[in-house]
Ligand binder design. Structure first.
Ligand SMILES: [Zn+2]
Length: 278
């Protein structure tokens, strides 16, 4: 499932190509992808608008348009946005095609159909509840400590909550907790000052490194960059998906457990569980 580094990589790819281009037409093959609007109204409102900018908020792709509308796209499990020439071969899971000038198109494909496209003139209605951006300057250690001190839940589940902090999903939460040496079942408000500092640094470093490697494309596919190529960070994953393999830091066997019904990968030696849980 695309997380912050994958979405950021798609956004960077689209930002190189889309701005200035005009939407000539839109074809919706799966109406639920644009569920808030009738497909015909959706297409009609978009036709004739130009792309002004492409950005990101959390895991949402934010495309600003010339008439003040914003196109918000969430890739969810298997969504893909690919910028390609109009004469590109058909793709089986295409749900929406945005036809642009100069014979280019933006293809939204989505095998599992959980992706979501919203056309709005008030993006706050969708994005207003989101937590801070982990890579922003105002996400400081002090702020993180304050955010955590009010929370009793398990740290892993909390980090997956987009209203608490945006951008992390199951891959990077597992990686960040391992880097910081924190067991996923520990309580958020039990973390020591140095745990919080380690975790803050780990979240930011793993996200930055993953962006530098254009995100993680797993063996079962799913995420693609805006030009259809793969991300390379999968080779650098320390724990995610590495059950029974040795921990890269200490050699202990990595275990798979469940936390909040999500598969969770831990090194028992590097991530000691101090209290509660197991
Ligand atoms: Zn270890």
């Amino acid at each position: 499932m695309p997380e912050l580094p994958e979405v950021e990589t798609v956004v960077r790819g689209l930002r190189e190509s889309l701005p200035g281009h005009e939407i000539l037409g839109v074809e919706v093959f799966w109406p639920r992808s644009v569920r808030d609007l009738d497909p015909e109204a959706f297409a009609c409102r978009l036709e004739g608008q130009r792309v002004v900018d492409v950005g990101r908020r959390g895991k949402w792709i934010v495309i600003s348009l010339s008439e003040g509308h914003t196109l918000l796209i969430h890739l969810r499990m298997t969504g893909q946005l690919v910028w390609e020439p109009e004469d590109s071969p058909d793709e089986k899971y295409t749900r929406v095609l945005f036809h642009f000038d100069d014979a280019w198109r933006l293809r939204f494909s989505d095998m599992r159909k959980f992706g979501r496209i919203v056309l709005t003139d008030s993006s706050d209605e969708v994005l207003g509840d989101l937590g801070p951006e982990p890579l922003s300057d105002d996400f400081t250690v002090a702020r993180f400590e304050e955010m955590l001190s009010e929370r009793r839940g398990r740290i892993k589940s909390l980090l997956l909550n987009q209203r608490f902090l945006v951008g992390l999903g199951n891959i990077y939460v597992n990686e960040a907790l391992w880097r910081a040496g924190i067991h996923p079942r520990r309580s958020a408000n039990d973390l020591s000052c140095s745990d919080v500092r380690e975790l803050h640094g780990a979240i930011r470093s793993v996200l930055r490194e993953a962006i530098a490697s254009n995100g993680t494309t797993l063996a079962d596919g799913g995420y693609q960059r805006a030009d259809g190529s793969s991300g390379e960070f999968a080779h650098q994953l320390a724990v995610y998906g590495r059950e029974d393999a040795p921990c890269p830091r200490c050699g202990e066997t990595i275990e798979r457990i469940e936390v909040g019904q999500r598969g969770t990968f831990v090194c028992r030696r590097c991530q000691a569980l101090l209290q509660g849980g197991e």
